[in-house]
Ligand binder design. Structure first.
Ligand SMILES: *Cc1c(COP(=O)(O)O)cnc(C)c1O
Length: 382
């Protein structure tokens, strides 16, 4: 039987029927009242999801371009910035900012751990902290399954003359981000993670403090010049042809999110994460991330000794039609990552856990099928 693959990956993720249906419609022109309606609806919804009064710009790109755009819009060559890196995506900020000639300072947190806000504070108060113009943090470090404490970091950055820039690409819409209350100046989100949308859009909120820096920035940019997006946004449009179908889809997906209620969405994700961790521990596997900083949206699991974990992943995909992610970079072949973000519920997790149990068992891992599922069921609020 041909089944749709169940994507339990950290993006792309599954798309609800209601959202897919909008993308099958005939094209409309982007300079029309009809388009304006969807665009405004999306923008108003984005402000609610981001918990901000700031404009949220929509770029036709994947998340990484939003990260690059944050760098080129807010800084100038030689500016000193600090990246608190907790994995692959923190390192990506280091690469981007270095490529554009910034003076990049790095706090490298061991993978699997979250950054302690005090480490950032100590750095800024130390000899190398002088003149730091921006601090970059990944909210949900998708490569390791760690969520960083944005509130704590925001608190210590509040009265400093430095921008707080957050990659919330895989968290926004699944874990709470209080953009204004936590004092975050630039937040980057992506459509294909918790937003229940296909890849293709990045959403970026920009604070007044960041706009002041943007007006002074001397790095070259054209297509992703935030000033052009701000000007168009005020006129309820985009500077260039946008991804019309994705904007319409986003207006629908965000409507669904608001119908469910943001607090309910956060609770659903937290519950899925708790159930997933309980299930994994019940079958004798180890979590990769420090549980104090465990993400609500992705669970990273160490491959057990003597088991080819990539083969387990392949069986889950080819035999049971469930895709999960492997490890990135030096974690390839060492961990697996189960994404539980966006359009996903307890039944999806149960199906994934059964497939994981069966696939592990086929590789010779001693397991009583049903153990993970029953541990999960004790925790899941179905
Ligand atoms: C997925 C992801 C990105 C990269 O996004 P792309 O859309 O693949 O460019 C960046 N940061 C985090 C935390 C992510 O999860």
């Amino acid at each position: 039987m041909q089944r749709d693959k169940l994507l339990m990956t950290p993006g792309p993720t599954m798309i609800p029927h209601r959202v897919r249906e909008t993308m099958a419609r005939q094209m409309i022109h982007h300079r029309t009242k009809e388009f304006e309606h969807y665009f405004e609806k999306m923008n108003e919804g984005l402000k609610k999801v981001f918990q901000t009064q700031n404009p949220v710009l929509t770029l036709v790109s994947s998340g990484t371009c939003g990260m690059e755009a944050a760098v080129v819009n807010a800084f100038s060559p030689g500016d000193k910035v600090l990246v608190a890196s907790t994995g692959v995506f923190g390192d990506r900020f280091v690469k981007i900012a270095s490529r554009f000639g910034l003076d990049v300072q790095v706090i490298s947190v061991p993978w699997g751990h979250g950054v302690d806000p005090r480490e950032i504070e100590d750095f800024l108060n130390g000899p190398k902290g002088e003149g730091v113009k921006g601090v970059f943090v990944t909210h949900n470090e998708t490569s390791t399954g760690v969520a960083n404490d944005l509130e704590g970091i925001g608190r210590l950055l509040n009265d400093r003359d430095c921008l707080f820039i957050v990659d919330a690409i895989s968290s926004m819409g699944g874990m709470e981000v209080k953009t204004d209350e936590w004092g975050i100046d630039i937040v980057v989100a992506g459509s294909q993670k918790a937003f229940m949308l296909p890849p293709g859009l990045a959403f970026v909120s920009v604070s007044d403090k960041a706009w002041a820096a943007i007006e002074k920035s001397r790095l070259p940019k054209f297509y992703y010049d935030f000033l052009a997006y701000r000007k168009s946004l005020a006129e309820k449009t985009t500077p260039y042809t946008t991804a019309v179908s994705l904007v319409i889809a986003a207006s629908e997906a965000i409507e669904m999110m608001l119908e469910e209620g943001l607090d309910n969405i956060y609770a659903r994700h937290r519950n899925l994460a708790e159930a997933c961790r309980a299930a994994v521990k019940a079958i004798g596997l180890q979590l990769f991330a420090d549980e104090k900083h465990a993400s609500d949206l992705i669970t990273a699991i160490k491959g057990p000794e003597g088991i080819d974990i990539e083969k387990v992943r392949k069986t889950m995909n080819l035999q049971y039609d469930i895709m999960i992610a492997g490890g990135q970079q030096h974690l390839k072949g060492k961990i697996i990552r189960i994404g539980h973000m966006g359009y996903v519920d307890g039944f999806d997790l149960i199906r994934t856990l059964i497939a994981l149990e069966l696939s592990l068992s086929q590789e010779g891992f001693p397991i009583e099928p049903g153990t993970a599922v029953s541990a999960a069921l004790k925790v899941l609020k179905m």
